[in-house]
Design a protein around this ligand. Sequence first.
Ligand code: PCA
Length: 193
Amino acid sequence: MAKARLLMTGFGPFGDVSRNPSGWIAEQLAQVSPEGLQVTSQVLPVTFEGAPAVLERFVNAHESPAPRALLSLGVHPRPGFCLESRARPRPTSKSVDNAGLVGFQGNPTSIQLKDRSPSFDVAALHKTLSLDDVSISTDAGGYVCDWVFQHLLAHGQRLAIPALFLHVPPFDQATEEHLLEVTSRVAHALANL
Ligand code: PCA
């Protein structure tokens, strides 16, 4: 059977995160492509302006033939993993990005900014995973991850494929093996919706 193609993004360093597990996982899974999946990955910059622009170029470059699903990853400062179920229309965080900016200052984006949620039942996906340290979150943080999720969901809608954001724990809260295992399980579940 042909492998399901999945586009995956992670982020590079920012703030006091010198090694971002999200970018690392995305690159690793593109190299090893877990069974049944063909992962193509992109590391995004942690900037309100750059991240959606790089995401758009990445999705546009790989949207034909259409991938099965889109999965974006980011790190949060907690143990455990979160399936994000809601994206805010605009950033609300007061933290500066890697360009030294707070929030989105650029030209209006090409998408309609609104409250967005995945097109599928996140609770049902969560249930099929049945992993102890994965929970559902309704707050993607209001920072660059939330902003990327807003754009990712718009791309998913346009391509009529599922899109999801997964927050992962920092390297000092989970082993590399566990980070890869849980993310692979989420990617599989998403690609098999
Ligand atoms: N985490 C940040 C941005 C990049 C990342 O990995 C966030 O949660 O918004």
